[in-house]
Design a protein around this ligand. Structure first.
Ligand code: 1GP
Length: 243
């Protein structure tokens, strides 16, 4: 998967098991595949437990052959039927819970179930006046949209620690996505793939993030709100890769 991220620009569809029934999640995944998305991420800040994640992945796998990547909020939402997991260090959180503790329980499960880990430095970027869900759930060392050097420092740290990629996330449904200038600065500072998500709602926005240096674009809310726009976003991501 990491090699693929380095080879071409990718689009990942984020399906939150807490937002619809498992059956509906399967239908959405089918559409995402039809429209050319490259993988399905399953997760969200409010996913309650492993059973919900498992059932959602089960339905997704019935309707689509795309790889499924768990985007966990804790070890309790790791499900054995996933292909990959973003094994995440929440870079801008001082909470040991999200840097080490959940990981120690999670690592054992990942190993036992043969889920492939993708080690990731994850940053929450605060672009909204009203906090996004992730910002209300976790204690953060706030990175505002103008705190470009702080984001760069965290990204370099992730690369030096041997993490395979970084994710700049503005959270779900923020007022604004991660600024292009921040993506450009991080791109200039590190070589590992950069994943960008949060608030990307149209093709033009997705194209700008790719041009700024993102390797992967993640969209979640738009899948539920306007699946036709999703098609345009995926097209923009993939055509930017050949330019
Ligand atoms: C959230 O980046 C993801 O973690 C997706 O955000 O729902 O705003 O697309 P959206």
């Amino acid at each position: 998967m990491i090699e693929l991220m380095k080879t071409r620009k990718l689009h990942f569809s984020l399906i939150d098991p807490d937002k619809q029934t498992a059956k509906k999640a399967g239908e959405l995944a089918k559409k995402c595949q039809e429209y050319g998305s490259d993988a399905i991420m399953v997760g969200g800040s409010t996913v309650p437990n492993r059973k919900v994640a498992y059932e959602t992945i089960n339905e997704i796998k019935k309707k689509s052959s795309l790889p499924v990547i768990i985007f966990p909020n804790s070890a309790a939402t790791i499900a054995e039927n996933a292909d990959y997991i973003f094994f995440m260090d929440l870079l801008n959180s001082p909470a040991l819970e999200y840097k080490k503790k959940q990981h120690m329980t999670g690592a054992r499960l990942v190993k036992k179930w043969g889920i492939k880990p993708i080690s990731m430095g994850y940053m929450v970027i605060s672009t909204s006046k009203k906090p996004t869900t992730v910002e209300t759930k976790i204690k953060l060392d706030i990175i505002k949209d103008e705190d470009i050097e702080k984001a760069v420092d965290y990204a370099i740290y992730a690369e030096c620690m041997g993490m395979q990629c970084v994710y700049l996330d503005a959270g779900s449904n923020p007022e604004k996505p991660v600024p292009d200038e921040m993506i450009k600065a991080v791109r200039n500072a590190i070589e590992i793939p950069i994943i960008v998500g949060g608030g990307i709602k149209n093709a033009e926005e997705a194209k700008r993030k790719i041009e700024a240096g993102a390797n992967v674009i993640v969209t979640g809310s738009i899948i539920e709100e306007d699946i036709e726009t999703l098609k345009e976003i995926i097209k923009a991501v993939h055509s930017a890769s050949s330019s």
